[in-house]
Design a protein around this ligand. Structure first.
Ligand SMILES: [Zn+2]
Length: 371
């Protein structure tokens, strides 16, 4: 941690592939690429760390194939840090095609229906072969709302799985797991706090996960349809139980407003598909709110998407042109919209970090949330 204001913090996350200034946003590169944009444009937009999906890469092209290519960084040509999720979230989203037991989750591939078993150990193996800089533990992502006893059962299983995942991760690190090709010896492992919307369960999950001992900790199972205020509340009541000297990662969150609100409550890392997915649907983020480029009102609008944005899209093209590209289903529409939305997110995070360095985060937050 380098600067703090209230509960908001600025800091540096060190990885084998370089340092990441926090608070940080991780664009989502599901299949080893961020949809609609090249790594080069991603880097120039200021992305310092990428998230990639274990579930998808495990199924296609397979972690063995990637390990033979020297790991994910070399395979995809990205030299900066990478975080991989554990595959848990994707597996739990396969409603009707998966079965959860103490051992792990049995599921059928969404591609060809083939049977697979993902366990805490297997998820650690796959991520060791991928060689991401940060490996996430395999957790159970319960659908909300759920009653307190269901959430407790699930949270306790996640803690047991976290114990197994940590033990196995340490065995891999010590070279005691034959058959696993470690492509990044400096890999770190993050634990995940669960507990649904119950503050007491969140507290217990945080304490028990910290007790196991990970390089850092994430808050999972949020941004799944609960009201923003509920999410802010849970974050506010969870971060005090996580070590102050380790980064805190709020998984799958969120809107720019959510990110600013979570930073104010002590969170340092974020990932979300919103900027990229919305870009492909024609929804663009601006400093005065979202606009939908599909709308007829932009047909002859010669202004940029966001006059205060310095991205290539805003510096070069009009709303009228972007609306036209979208309307004719031109592939450039996705590329240019994605470039802008990611710039917007990464600029927001830059603004947060700058404001923290100058002790102006409170002002930044107030001004940002006014719009
Ligand atoms: Zn822009």
């Amino acid at each position: 941690m380098t600067h703090a204001e209230g509960r908001a913090r600025a800091g540096v996350l060190s990885t084998p592939h370089g340092d990441v200034e926090t608070p940080a946003f991780m664009p989502v590169g599901t299949q080893g690429a961020v949809k609609g944009i090249t790594h080069r444009d991603l880097e120039s937009a200021g992305a310092d760390i990428l998230l990639s999906n274990t579930y998808h890469l495990y199924l296609r092209p397979g972690d063995d194939l990637i390990a033979r290519r020297g790991g994910l960084h070399r395979f995809i040509g990205w030299t900066k840090p990478i975080l991989t999720d554990s595959g848990g979230y994707q597996v739990f989203s396969l409603a009707g095609r998966r079965k959860i037991a103490e051992e792990g989750a049995r599921f059928q591939s969404h591609l060809d229906g083939s049977d697979h078993l993902l366990t805490p150990e297997k998820a650690a193996d796959i991520q060791a072969q991928l060689g991401s800089d940060i490996s996430m533990v395999f957790d159970e992502c319960l659908a909300l709302p759920a009653d307190t006893s269901a959430v407790r059962t699930s949270m306790e299983r996640t803690v047991r799985w976290a114990c197994r995942a940590r033990e196995h991760f340490l065995a891999i690190r010590a070279g005691r797991v034959p058959g696993v090709v470690v492509t990044n010896p400096g890999q770190a492992q993050f634990g995940i706090v669960q507990g649904g919307t119950y503050l007491d369960l969140r507290e217990e999950s945080a304490k028990r996960t910290v007790e196991i001992g990970f390089e850092a900790y994430a808050i999972g199972g949020l941004s799944v349809g609960e009201p923003p205020e509920t999410m802010y509340d849970i974050v506010e009541h969870t971060t005090p139980f996580l070590p102050a000297d380790r980064p805190r990662y709020l998984m799958g969150v969120g809107t720019p407003e959510d990110i600013v609100q979570a930073v104010a409550r002590g969170v340092d890392m974020f990932d979300c598909v919103l900027p990229t997915r919305n870009a492909r649907n024609g929804q663009l983020f601006t400093r005065v709110g979202r606009i939908n480029i599909k709308n007829a009102q932009y047909a002859e609008d010669d202004g940029p998407v966001d006059p205060d944005c310095g991205c290539y899209t805003c510096r070069t093209f009009s709303r009228a042109y972007l609306r036209h590209l979208y309307a004719v289903n031109e592939i450039n529409a996705a590329t240019l919209n994605t470039l802008h939305n990611l710039h917007f997110y990464l600029d927001t995070l830059r603004g947060i970090r700058e404001s923290l360095k100058f002790g102006r985060f409170e002002t930044f937050r107030d001004e940002f949330l006014q719009h």
